[in-house]
Design a protein around this ligand. Structure first.
Ligand code: ADP
Ligand code: MG
Length: 242
């Protein structure tokens, strides 16, 4: 466990409730309603990961699986400027794959093993984890099949995180129907997608919500070593900040 590291969120307050940031050797999840800053967080972390370790980085490259079509190199360039990183270089250090369906998403992740095995990449982002699964498996009768395939996808990522010492960040949506299935355990009435299969694969689970005015709130829902605390943050041109 000694070799593990943490990647900063860009917000000092948020980092402080996570003992420095999101941990390597594990799968971390941020979930919450639309426009809470989930996609902005992972853009910020894609730049942070490239920074020296004493600045909250991992001195590594980044791989992104984009399943919602929300990855924006222009945002990376803006965030890079905040940290004094060359905007073009910042984008060159990020490999992006557009996941068209759940099978394709799994293939993309499997295809990344080599980049991670060499230690070249230190952060894997999946934004979002469940979007393709939700559209590929619609009927109630398909739920068991869906959860089995999802479990295989997550198992592969767990092994990658541990074997290659990388941080994995999953973005997740919330169930739009609050009255729905008990399969989707969550907190504060905002239930993340993916049920127990996803819940059990995670090391750290963070709920994001809107706060007062421009403020947003991150809350630790599940962590092996951090208390269930909250931190506020804002979204700026330069990414997530205090
Ligand atoms: P989601 O949780 O749905 O992924 P996003 O991460 O896309 O949400 O966050 C959307 C929010 O980010 C919006 O409120 C938007 O105003 C804000 N945002 C996006 N780009 C910028 C920017 N360049 N400067 C400041 N805020 C921004
Ligand atoms: Mg998003």
């Amino acid at each position: 466990r000694k070799r593990c590291f943490r990647i900063s969120t860009g917000s000092k307050q948020w980092d402080s409730i996570l003992a420095g940031g999101f941990q390597s050797c594990s799968i971390n999840e941020v979930y919450g309603e639309f426009r809470c800053g989930k996609t902005q967080l992972v853009h910020t972390m894609a730049v942070m990961a490239q920074l020296p370790k004493d600045q909250g980085g991992a001195e590594g490259r980044v791989a992104v699986i984009d399943s919602e079509g929300t990855w924006r190199p222009e945002r990376i360039a803006q965030i890079a400027e905040r940290f004094g990183v060359d905007p073009e270089l910042a984008n060159e250090n990020i490999v992006v794959g557009r996941a068209l369906n759940s099978e394709h998403q799994h293939e993309l992740v499997c295809g990344l093993s080599e980049r991670f095995a060499t230690g070249e990449c230190r952060l894997l982002i999946v934004d979002s984890i469940m979007c393709n699964w939700r559209t590929d498996y619609t009927g109630r009768g398909e739920l068991a099949d869906r959860q089995q395939r999802l479990g295989q996808h997550l198992k592969h990522m767990t092994l990658m995180a541990e074997e290659f010492n990388i941080t994995i960040m999953l973005v997740n949506q919330v169930q739009s129907d609050p009255g729905a299935s008990a399969l989707f355990a969550g907190a504060d009435g905002r239930k993340p997608l993916g049920g127990h299969v996803l819940g059990h694969a995670l090391t750290t689970r963070i709920l994001l919500r809107k706060g007062r005015g421009e403020e947003r709130v991150a809350k630790v829902i599940d962590s092996p070593d951090c208390a269930e605390k909250e931190a506020t943050y804002i979204i700026t041109t330069g990414g997530i900040n205090d």
